[in-house]
Design a protein around this ligand. Structure first.
Ligand code: ZN
Length: 596
């Protein structure tokens, strides 16, 4: 009799799943869903890794059966797991493992750098490189580059390489330069600069492709180190409520090296296969500089790099191609229409940066990959580079109108009005040419940026509000390890545009291009998911999506911006499992499983 009633009900009710109890429910909270209406709920139910219901406590607790785990949020706030559309996850993680940290606040002066190098020289075995990362002249009291002359007195017989936080330049000591064969006669390599003093001698600072002269001598990371880097970064992301990222250009950052890229890809696969990939990774393959090599790369990756039609297991996605149009805003190598500034108001006379490769070849490469149906992201910082890339995309899309490849402008720091209008039209027309933007640039490297872009251009950097007004969608990201990865920093920076130290003042970027918290959160969730081709599966708390959820100690929708910057993740769920729980969480902890 009862069975017949249940059967009859199941036949008439659209929520037959009701009779399958949830694995886990979160209740008594504030759930910021980031759905189309920015709905706020109290509770969420999940089963088999997916969200099965979102609603009031009463609605959700009705789905809890005898074996359902009930997590009382005790008034805390849940958001979708935060995403990073641009994080050098594997390589950045590797740098954390193998390079000493020269970032602020450990390092505040050249003297600090020299002291740390001296300590490492004493501690490390005699034949080892001394490696550092994260320095930024904008945060050094001297406000200048480090040079070989600073390092030589303390480096003994060790080669030294200290890479800048932006990854576009670094400094070698004299021994490292000698090993690399750099002499006053060595020409600048294509796309690179060997900085020289008034006498023509190399200072130690190598920019862009010139870095490879030295970095190619540094022993490559082992497969085990790569896997370790990925595992520890996944755990670190989870501690910040983060559950996915786009790794833009796996392998070497400085020169084309397919084997290095494949080694990174294989390390990702190995960590996924052992169950350690508690973030979703969308990887791009770095492009070679020539058409012939590019055709070869297409043959190597095309068959399994089709996110438009399949994102596979939704854990590890071979997403497409990464190209460079120009350099950086720190090295003043990004390709601009007007001379760079320096020291804020001075002009770096005659320096407008330069294209990273022949612009015509870049245009051909974009067309080649586009025609192969591959998703493309092009690094473009300078206004001139962005104009060129946007025009190249427009030509490719109009020549071969494939919809939905979601090509991107990576960084898009200082787009012209023409570029923005074109981007908006291409997004509407072709679902392509999105900005992948790093609000953190006006914070973490904001003092260097304010000095180099100068007073006028600084106001137009990262023009998020203009994007919004123009109808341009962007995806938030950190460019880790250029800036710290926690997405809460990017959300806060999107709202404040406040430089780290205020060397040239606190309000050098103005407030006209800030956005509100809902928009900022959306850029680090749903809009970032879109750039990973996962917007139907993650990025909001909605029925049917994966239960990738972060729980926070504050509600960002009602908090002051500074509180968002400092908010603490209490718990992270990935695929419906708890992958992080803060040991001292202000939550009802009863009997949670805690497994990382
Ligand atoms: Zn990057």
């Amino acid at each position: 009799m009862l069975a017949a009633v249940v059967q009859a009900m199941a036949a008439t009710t659209p929520v037959a799943a009701r009779y399958e109890f949830a694995d886990r429910v979160l209740f008594n909270g504030t759930v910021l869903t980031v759905d189309a209406h920015d709905s706020i709920a109290q509770a969420v139910a999940m089963r088999d890794g997916r969200i099965t219901a979102v609603g009031t406590d009463a609605e959700i607790l009705a789905l809890a059966g005898p074996d359902t785990e009930r997590i009382d949020l005790d008034g805390l706030t849940a958001t979708p797991g935060l995403l990073d559309s641009h994080a050098h996850f594997a390589q950045g993680g590797l740098l954390l493992l193998t390079h000493m940290d020269l970032g602020y606040p450990q390092v505040r002066s050249v003297a600090d750098v020299v002291r740390l190098v001296a300590e490492r020289v004493t501690a490390a075995p005699a034949d080892q490189w001394v490696l550092g990362r994260g320095w930024d002249e904008g945060k050094l009291t001297e406000l200048r580059y480090i040079s070989a002359a600073d390092l030589d007195p303390v480096s003994g017989n060790r080669p030294v390489w200290l890479t800048h936080t932006m990854g576009h330049y670094g400094v070698a000591n004299s021994l490292a330069m000698a090993l690399a064969g750099i002499t006053p006669e060595t020409p600048d390599p294509p796309g690179g600069l060997i900085e020289r003093d008034a006498q023509g001698d190399a200072t130690g600072v190598l920019k862009e492709t010139a870095m490879a002269l030295v970095t190619q001598l540094i022993p490559a990371a082992s497969a085990a180190q790569l896997r370790q880097a990925i595992r520890s970064m996944a755990a670190a992301f989870n501690r910040e409520g983060m559950t996915g990222l786009k790794d833009p250009g796996i392998g070497s950052a400085v020169r084309y090296d397919f084997e290095a890229a494949r080694a990174t890809w294989n390390a990702y696969r190995a960590v996924r296969d052992e169950g350690g990939l508690t973030v979703r990774v969308f990887a791009l393959w770095s492009s070679p500089p020539t058409i012939a090599e590019a055709q070869q790369l297409v043959r190597q990756i095309q068959s399994f790099s089709t996110p438009r039609t399949s994102t596979g297991d939704d854990l590890l996605i071979s997403g497409g191609i990464k190209l460079f149009a120009d350099g950086s805003g720190g090295a003043r190598t990004a390709w601009m229409w007007q001379d760079w500034n320096k020291d804020r108001t001075a002009v770096d006379e005659g320096n407008r940066g330069y294209p990273a490769i022949d612009p015509d070849v870049l245009r051909q490469l974009i067309r080649l990959y586009h025609d192969a149906g591959l998703h493309i992201g092009v690094h473009a910082i300078g206004d001139r580079a962005i104009d060129w890339v946007v025009a190249s995309y427009a030509l490719a899309l109009m020549g071969n109108p494939q919809h939905g490849l979601r090509h991107s402008i990576i960084h898009a720091n200082i787009p012209t009005e023409l570029a923005m209008n074109t981007m908006a039209a291409l997004q509407t027309g072709f679902d392509a040419v999105y900005a992948e933007s790093q609000a953190n640039f006006t914070w973490w490297i904001g003092d260097t940026y304010a000095g180099n872009f100068g007073p006028q251009r600084s106001l137009r950097l990262n023009p998020l509000r203009t994007f919004q007004r123009t109808g341009i969608r962007w995806a938030g990201g950190s460019d880790f390890d250029v800036t710290p990865f926690p997405a809460r920093y990017g959300i806060w920076s999107s709202m404040t545009r406040q430089p780290a130290l205020g060397v040239y003042g606190e309000d050098v970027f103005g407030q006209n291009e800030t956005v509100d918290v809902r928009t900022a959160l959306r850029s680090f969730t749903l809009w970032a998911a879109h750039q990973m081709f996962l917007d139907k599966k993650i990025g909001s708390i909605e029925v049917g999506k994966y239960a990738d959820i972060a729980v926070w100690n504050i509600n960002p929708y009602s908090a002051e911006p500074e509180a968002i910057r400092d908010m603490q993740c209490q718990m992270t769920l990935f695929n419906g499992s708890v992958v992080f729980r803060r040991p001292t969480a202000a939550l009802n902890q009863s009997d949670w499983p805690y497994h990382v």
